[in-house]
Design a protein around this ligand. Structure first.
Ligand code: ADP
Length: 474
């Protein structure tokens, strides 16, 4: 069976060029190391919990690079990684490393394997089957007791054998494997990590985590943010010699998603996010505004993060040079200085400035390239309203008379912004509770599971909500 698997491996790689590479002189050492690897693998399994990862790797740089590519396949938040270095010698016929990098993680008490090599490996139970045994690059498979993990693509090497550990024990793994305690959140599993490492607000309700999927109608802006921020953060080596814009200006009318974009961006990129309203910087004491700007920028040093400055015009107003504007001059000069330092800094941190009044901003801030990325976040048009509708209606049940096109038309006529759309669903829901007499049931404590399941927001609930919102606008 073992030989069959090897044959299949060579067939599988038939079209690869043959290169002859001499076997390293220290091969003997690695031979003995392999049998240890099998033992250490078990230690790694014993140490796995739902926030840790076991990596077997012949080449850390390559394996971790591939891990980044496939990070979305691991849908549990990883805080600790156990690394098992496996054989590093080269196959003498094929010229590549004779073992595969792979990851094992645990989810809901099951174990899964992810192939981290750019070629297939064999993971199978019982008889080897050429159709089902190959685990392709980036593929995930649930591990069953007794499965063989054929990571050593060479004759005479024992495959790893998956045995469900009978105990949870990190001691041996900590001793015999390398341990990475905190994974670089920007490199791996960013969304999941930030979900559990996001600062907990004690005593208060936890703040919601936003992703790009929570934003409607701004696909082009999101694509730009992926291009200029997310990918450079994830693959710094690719962008090493490119001057990145670290200042981003989001402008457009209020309540159309600027802050939402900033929060989602930080989360998607897996980096820290700090929200400040520009008015918080302001102080009547001489020099205090500049000092607080310097302090805020200081926090961007050291680790990648985003500083979001809302109502940026409050500190970035045009300098007019007149005597009573001296105060503003110093503030803008300080901002320019800080932006210039940020640009030179090796840390990939960003400042996102948001304003409803781009026209008020100082030319040096807008035109000097200090905010080289400027993105307009306009009032949503018909398509955007439809998308925002879909985002906010995701978790509600609707009556059959609700027609999205009809509602979108009404929203457009009433000049709805993104926030109005969200509000419409909230008010609409309360309208439904009232219409169905469920408020009284809740007060009388007769509200039951069937009532919960019966809630439907119908057309009239939504139109009533549109009316309420529109009347509040006037
Ligand atoms: P801004 O920063 O432009 O003033 P916000 O991002 O604070 O606006 O938007 C307020 C709220 O309105 C958001 O939290 C969200 O619920 C909703 N919203 C605004 N724009 C959008 C959008 N494009 N997609 C989905 N929801 C939106």
């Amino acid at each position: 069976m073992r030989v069959q698997s090897i044959n299949s491996y060579y067939n599988y790689n038939m079209n690869k060029p043959v290169r002859t590479v001499s076997v390293p002189a220290f091969k003997g050492i690695f031979d003995s190391y392999d049998s240890k690897a099998i033992e250490y693998f078990d230690y790694g399994l014993q140490a796995l919990d739902e926030n840790s990862l076991l990596i077997a790797t012949p080449n850390r740089e390559k394996t971790f690079f591939n891990l980044k590519q496939y990070k979305d396949k691991i849908d549990v938040p990883i805080l600790k990684t156990y690394i098992l270095d496996v054989t590093k010698d080269l196959d003498k016929d094929w010229g590549h490393s004779v073992s595969n990098g792979f990851a094992v993680f645990k989810k809901q008490n099951e174990y899964y394997i992810l192939n981290l090599e750019h070629m297939g490996m064999h993971v199978y139970k019982g008889e080897y089957d050429p159709d089902t045994s190959i685990l392709q690059s980036g593929e995930v498979r649930k591990l069953e007791n007794g499965m063989r993990i054929d990571a050593f693509m060479a004759f005479g090497r024992e495959p790893f054998l998956f045995k469900r550990p009978s105990e949870f024990n990190t001691r041996k793994a900590e001793r015999f494997l390398s341990v990475q305690d905190t994974i670089d959140a920007t490199a791996h599993n960013a969304v999941a990590i930030s979900k559990i490492t996001a600062p907990k607000t004690e005593g208060k309700t936890k703040s919601r985590i936003f992703t790009f999927a929570d934003i409607g109608g701004l696909a082009h802006v999101i694509e730009d943010l992926r291009k200029f921020v997310i990918r450079p953060l994830a693959y710094p080596q690719v962008f090493e010699n490119v001057r990145l814009n670290k200042g981003i200006l989001l402008y457009g009318p209020p309540r159309c998603g600027k802050t939402l974009l900033g929060k989602a961006l930080a989360n998607e990129a897996g980096i820290d996010f700090k929200y400040m309203n520009a008015n918080e910087f302001k102080s009547s004491h001489v020099g205090a505004t500049e000092a607080s700007i310097r302090d805020a920028f200081k926090e961007l040093e050291g680790k990648p993060s985003i500083l979001f400055i809302d109502e940026f015009d409050a500190i970035g107003k045009k300098r007019d040079g007149s005597s009573n504007a001296r105060y503003d001059d110093a503030t803008v000069n300080q901002l320019l200085g800080c932006m210039s330092d940020l640009e030179k800094s090796l840390t990939t941190s960003f400042v996102i400035a948001a304003t409803n009044r781009k026209d008020l901003l100082d030319d040096a801030l807008v035109a000097s390239g200090r905010f080289g990325l400027q993105m307009e976040i306009p009032m949503p048009n018909e398509n955007a309203l439809e998308e925002i509708y879909k985002v906010h209606s995701k978790n509600q049940s609707f009556g059959e008379d609700v027609n999205i096109k009809e509602i979108v038309t009404a929203m457009l006529e009433n000049k709805f912004n993104g926030s109005d759309v969200a509000e419409m669903f909230t008010i609409g829901f309360f309208n439904a509770l009232e219409r169905m007499g469920l408020n009284q049931k809740m007060d009388a404590k007769t509200f039951n599971y069937n009532d919960l399941k019966s809630i439907r927001v119908v057309k009239s609930d939504l139109f009533k909500a549109i009316k309420t919102i529109t009347s509040q606008k006037i």
